[in-house]
Design a protein around this ligand. Structure first.
Ligand code: SME
Length: 166
């Protein structure tokens, strides 16, 4: 397996995502455990992109009504629980839509787990039946770090790793 060099801003983000996606899928081949799959995705993406400051999952808590609880992540301490509809993660869970936030300070209700975060992307994660199982959250310490290239690549990756692959 080739090693994806850590770069703060890969010149060609789309290609970098494709490369790390194929590595992630190779590592996860035959591994059904969802925690292992989430931990591997968080680790390999954080390693591939130097500007990923906080990288990880908030999973839908089956024991609480409309609440996310922190899952596998890489980075500084994350908040433990986020209600649906609160912050960027709760908004992604509620709407089932990817959220791209260029300036977290301008997002109403943004939850600041680490004051160094400046921009953020949150992608909903669905299982093969189309049920929401988690959201995937990435924070950066620079403003406007994420765009539709990140959104499309991360949505495709989450579908391949946790969903129906489409
Ligand atoms: N900022 C997020 C909370 C999670 S942390 O960034 C790890 C939000 O507003 O939902």
């Amino acid at each position: 397996m080739s090693y994806v060099a850590r770069q703060d801003r890969p010149a060609d983000k789309a290609s970098a995502y494709l490369e790390v996606e194929s590595e992630i899928l190779a590592v996860l081949d035959g591994e059904p455990n969802r925690v292992a799959r989430m931990a591997t995705v968080a680790s390999m993406l954080a390693d591939a992109f130097g500007d990923y400051f906080w990288t990880g999952f908030y999973v839908v808590d089956p024991d609480r009504n409309r609440e996310l609880v922190v899952g596998p992540y890489q980075g500084t301490l994350g908040c433990l629980r986020i209600a649906f509809g609160r912050g960027v993660c709760g908004t992604a869970a509620e709407s089932r839509q990817t959220q791209i936030v260029e300036d977290v300070h301008a997002f109403p209700g943004h939850i600041a787990c680490d004051g160094r975060s400046e921009s953020e992307i949150v992608v909903p994660v669905f299982d093969a039946a189309g049920d929401l199982i988690a959201v995937f959250d990435v924070d950066a310490t620079t403003q406007a770090a994420f765009d539709t290239v990140d959104a499309q690549a991360l949505e495709r990756l989450m579908a391949k790793v946790f969903g129906d692959g489409a």
